[in-house]
Design a protein around this ligand. Structure first.
Ligand SMILES: Cc1ncc(COP(=O)(O)O)c(C=O)c1O
Length: 356
């Protein structure tokens, strides 16, 4: 029998994403022992436990297990809207930038962008993006918020800002969806519970497969009626699964064992930022790091070339633009990895700098 690998390739420090984590042996054991049934018939007790637990944590009536964060967001959009409607999204939102045009392709809705600062926008910015009721315009239905904000650099929405934005949305009769793929990180970083962040939203998506380290799985939570409508669209989108208890077991294990340790990822991200900020080629404010995601600008060389050189030195990061790089801490990154990564990245940058 082969030993299951729990970490990425030895010798490589992989900072590209927190989705790279592999299930630990204990998580694999929980998955192997999961009680299962056909979830399309409502027969999987482990899925039911996960859905109840998730709904409770988010302060909602019900939740629905789905294969991915993308499906959770897109089901939310489809569930809140009808084709021809418009939704308001922040310009760098994952569900707008990185979900393959699904709002248009699957829900048939238009996206109108609101400009935010590190992904966080104001009530006034939302107000400005609203259109008057007029036969020429698509009906605006839904406002989407992302917390923590991925492209915002793992930024956390302050509760007061959520109150401000959701009040404007409600005053205009709009519905609200929270993309909480990394809501766990926000909760652990601030001590504000997930349900408090979720309270003002009609629907919330969360992921078990990012910082929490489960191999698969996300959920969409809301009222019982909303979840029942989403369940039909989940079937339509091909996301209804059979013995999905093996997925739910990994997620339950992750909630029990990997949620509070997200604080370690945040500390490692801060240490990484402090180490990298010392290099002249890197433009990064360590004080801006709130959770596990770092985005920074690189001077002097194109980001893809820098990332390629780092990979030759055993550190993987992601070029997210011509001058922008992302580095993410996660379950497989410890303090020694952070130290080794900073050292290797510095050596690589030195090699790349022009000689005297
Ligand atoms: C904020 C946010 N929402 C949604 C998703 C989509 O999740 P998935 O990759 O499981 O589809 C991601 C993925 O990284 C994300 O960062």
């Amino acid at each position: 029998m082969t030993t299951p690998r729990t970490a990425p390739a030895p010798g490589v420090i992989d900072l590209r994403s927190d989705t790279l984590t592999r299930p630990t042996p204990a998580m694999r054991e929980a998955i192997a022992e999961a009680e299962v049934g056909d979830d399309v018939f409502g027969d999987d007790p482990t899925v039911q436990r996960l859905e109840q637990r998730t709904a409770e944590m988010l302060g909602k009536e019900a939740a629905l297990l789905v294969p991915s964060g993308t499906m959770a967001n897109q089901l939310a959009i489809r569930t809140h809207t009808e084709p021809g409607d418009e939704i308001l999204v922040e310009a760098n939102a994952h569900l707008f930038c990185y979900e393959a045009g699904a709002p248009a392709a699957l829900a048939g809705v238009m996206c109108r962008c609101v400009k935010g600062e590190r992904g966080i926008f104001s009530g006034a910015a939302l107000e400005e993006a609203l259109r008057p009721a007029d036969v020429h315009f698509p009906p605006t239905r839904l406002v989407c918020v992302e917390n923590t904000h991925n492209r915002g650099g793992g930024s956390i929405w302050p509760l007061e800002r959520i109150v401000e934005v959701t009040a404007v949305a409600r005053a205009h009769g709009l519905r609200l969806h929270l993309d909480g793929a990394r809501l766990w990180n926000a909760a652990v970083a601030t001590g504000i519970e997930e349900r408090e962040y979720a309270a003002a939203f009609d629907s919330v998506s969360v992921c078990f497969s990012k910082g929490l380290g489960a191999p698969i799985g996300s959920a969409l939570a809301g009222t019982r009626a909303l979840v029942e409508r989403a369940r039909r669209f989940r079937k339509q989108y091909g996301g209804a699964m059979r013995q999905a208890g093996i997925i739910a077991a990994g997620a339950l294990y992750a909630l029990d064992h990997h949620r509070s340790r997200l604080a370690d990822d945040h500390a490692h991200a801060r240490a990484l930022a402090q180490g990298l900020a010392r290099f002249a080629a890197i433009d990064l404010q360590p004080a801006s790091v709130q959770t596990n995601l770092l985005y920074f600008n690189i001077r002097g060389h194109p980001a893809p070339a820098v990332v390629q050189r780092w990979a030759q030195h055993g550190v993987r990061a992601l070029a997210t633009g011509p001058h922008t790089i992302r580095a993410v801490t996660h379950l497989h990154i410890g303090p020694d990895d952070v130290r080794a990564a900073v050292e290797a990245m510095g050596r690589a940058l030195e090699e790349m700098s022009p000689g005297p």
